[in-house]
Design a protein. Sequence first.
Lengths: 250, 250
Amino acid sequence: MAEREVDRSVSQTVKAQLALRDQILSGALRPGERISELQAVETTGASRTPVRMALVRLEEEGLLEAIPSGGFMVKAFSERDISDSIELRGTLEGLAARFAAERGVSARELEPLKECLAAIDELLRQVPISVDAFSSYVTLNARFHALLTELSRSPPLIRQIDRASALPFASPSGFVMAQSALPEAQQILIIGQDHHRVVIDAIENREGARAEAVMREHARLAVRNLRLALRNRTHLDLLPALALIKTATD
Amino acid sequence: MAEREVDRSVSQTVKAQLALRDQILSGALRPGERISELQAVETTGASRTPVRMALVRLEEEGLLEAIPSGGFMVKAFSERDISDSIELRGTLEGLAARFAAERGVSARELEPLKECLAAIDELLRQVPISVDAFSSYVTLNARFHALLTELSRSPPLIRQIDRASALPFASPSGFVMAQSALPEAQQILIIGQDHHRVVIDAIENREGARAEAVMREHARLAVRNLRLALRNRTHLDLLPALALIKTATD
DNA sequence: TGTATGCGTTGTGTATACAATAGCGGAGGA
DNA sequence: TCCTCCGCTATTGTATACACAACGCATACA
């Protein structure tokens, strides 16, 4: 009897965590809404213990908030929370770039980053960029940022950046998607690519301050564009994290 | 029958979390050592479910590391991990100070910070500083940093700073204690107090860049002093987090 | 008619039983 | 003597049962 389909390839805890995260980011669970464990058990197929573990993890991740009287609710974010989160990640990435530059990086370690850069250049040559190419861009951009973070060789910093990127709107992919809502999207992507180029150059020449400054500017650009995108609310359905933005308040 | 003493005033999960953290920071559990759930159940008095919840939380906090094959082990930190963590927090606090300065803070909001500053000044007037006064200093310093963080008015940033301070050696109290191991401790504390004074002044005058710079310098001072303290390993028993430093490796 | 109290239901916090897996030790063969 | 394989044990992952607390609704009294 396959009444309860048990997938043994992945732990129930992880399965529940992924399922719940999907529900939150897809907007199936509204911000501020209390999450019922019982309901979560039904929708995820796991039992209460792994569901509870998943809820604790999602709380630490920042997607949920503990209710004092017990249980969890979906966290709601203001527009400022989102822009602050992006700037926060930019600051952290700036520190990572500085560490990479100051501590030195061999040409061999820089190679994957340069390949990534070249691949993005190739994509941006299309005018206007196709939907498929844009999707590839999102992936490549996330890869670029991940590689750059790694170059810092600082586990505590890498860990913190990962945490900061857990909130979808603060992840590299998140704000790229937000930018895509703007008419001048392609131009923005090209400016961003310039930043990528500069940070590699700065790291190669061991210019820590310059490497840091450009990554922070990179994030500030993203913040400005997110603000613009939120003004003219077109195509914002591309941004899944929008489900988390406070609607009534603020 | 009080065979199992159940304290209903605080949840079993929190109780277990605190007990386990104590065990880790006191060195009762060595870095790299696997934590047995069964053993944790015995030492904490809670049952397996809350113990597991506590373990997940401590992992997210950064004190534990998940073992791929299952279970958790006490995380081990290198000296560089520690100095990176301090610099990381300094960077975050720098951003908080910048936010406070740029967004504006009323005189009334700045008042508690100034009181804190004055109280520390009072303490440092003693030469040499007494043990009691030093203990008060640790508390006041933590309070100063917490108040400053709050002034940013940015929940995501505050949250991230809290996380960064979860590792005891990266908390304000942690590195103050490390500094105390140095003969020139008092002089260092006075320099730190100068930083505190400057950051308040910068926030008052809405000089974001200056506010940020001084907080980063504040952290860099702490890193330098921690390095010195670790060189001449005297009085380092004052630093409880030392239990987490890798011994053999690195 | 409004408010307060009590009872019922729902849901979380905790405990424990069961299942599955990984690691270790012993035994047998090369 | 060493290597390999099989089985056992210990420990984790999962499921579920139980207890208590909180919220809501209804009813009764002012």
